[in-house]
Design a binder for this molecule. Sequence first.
Ligand code: SF4
Length: 328
Amino acid sequence: MESHFSLKVINLKKYFPVSRGFFAGPQKYVKAVDNISFVVEKGGTLGIVGESGSGKTTLARLVLRLIEPTSGSVYFDNKNIFELNKHELRRLRPQMQMIFQDPMASLNPRKKVKQILAQVLKLHTSLSSEEIHERILSLLEKVGLSPPELFLERYPHELSGGQRQRVCISRAIALNPRLLIADEPVSALDVSVRGQIIKLLLDIYNESRGDMTYIVISHDIALIKSMCKNTLVMYLGRMVELGETDRIIESPLHPYTKVLISAIPIPDPESARERKRIPITGEPPSLIDPPPGCHFHPRCPYVMDKCRTETPSYFQVDDRLVSCFLYE
Ligand code: SF4
């Protein structure tokens, strides 16, 4: 029977050892990703939201096997990508692409736009030089760099931030990937161009007609709302809530999610005045030495005794998963 998931993540962990001083005690670890599981349907969209340092980017890098896990599995098209050999992984790479936060850092400053795109197409396709040229023109047109001939000979530093991100997007879609991960795709851009890049990403997703699976990583749940049907909320390496984005925004369950939602700006000043903002107390705790029990307990207005010592497991509330003793 054909499976309908594109991506299945099971008990994924990534612990980074912390370097020890000369007389230090036992080895400590930063648990950047701590036992995360989720499924994304074929052609589905998932937002991953959380503060910086919550482990979002590490999770994305694991999903693409850009780094190796401590344990756990990632199934893409029913294959555990951590069991693939180098050759198999190389064949899979074109199917899984990522758009990074900082377009300047992810483009080679010594290569022209046409060379950046040609490199990907030469490496992974058997297209002729003319076909590659045609494909580059159509990719640039597709991402709104028009007329494309104007951009072929430019270096990244000769482009604006928005244009550079468009080049990154064209490179990411050049091989028609089936999984596209966008890591904070607009946070390094001017506010004036953010909307255009979000629209471009949405257009690309809609044009794929269910062939492309999207994961969008952001600290901004309003951005996730505009792009993703489902949302996974992370706090200090753990998943704290998973469910439909609209439901999470309408009625967040986990106290941390409530704080995130209450911080979304509301354009209408009247409604904004009426809304109760939930203050969050304290700084995010240290990743090296996170609080025992529920990691959120030092900042949680609903904290109970057992939250300080026991880790809540996942409780199902309607169609949502939430890691909090309030829903036991
Ligand atoms: Fe707050 Fe306890 Fe729930 Fe953690 S488990 S979010 S401390 S109520």
